[in-house]
Design a protein. Sequence first.
Length: 243
Amino acid sequence: MIATFSRSAALAALALSLAAVFWATFAVVARRGGWRWRFVLLAASLGAAGASALVFRGAEPAGDAATPSRLARLVPVPGTWALTDSGSIVPVGVPFDPQPNQDIPERFESRVIAVGNAESTANCHGWVFVEGRYWIPTESVDTILEENGYILIDHPEAGDLIVYRDHDGRPLHTGIVKAVGDNGFVLVESKWGQCGVFWHTPIDQAFGDEIEYWHAARDGHSLHLSRRSGPSGPPRPSGKAAG
């Protein structure tokens, strides 16, 4: 599944903040009297209603594995970042409209093995790069590949990264090579949107046929996670990210 931080999600987060301010004003004014305060109360009420409406207009379904190219609207996680080995910030988020417990397309039911429960805490990129804790927007994948020392390879080994792209080169899906065998056999483990984690061959998936394998001489694929409160940004990592 593709995930991106969209203008709608940013507006939704702003609207939620505005709604909180408006309703706080509502509560204060309600305790006071006078026609001036009643006028402020009415304005605050209308503002809160408008902000709430903006949130719902900006919301879109997060999609499913049957339509993997559909964008999932993400809301950033306050005070939390992921960092590449070079120190670039990779935003992490949660789906604006979670839709857990989805089913995979029927045509794959006899061709894949479920190894993880369906839930909405992470997309495929978040499952690979932040241990399934958050969603990562698809725009960050190439930055991770470049700054964490990945190299493109033809013959993968267990533990290597698999990337599926669309015809414009945008990463659609990521997973991890679980095993390799004779005659070019490759077994992949990946998270299918909100449908769970599966073992499958590279071609038995709903995300496309533009396939790449990547290898990095580092301990695992995990980024460094930083959690901070306040206005300051995340610290730069002192070494390689933990695997």
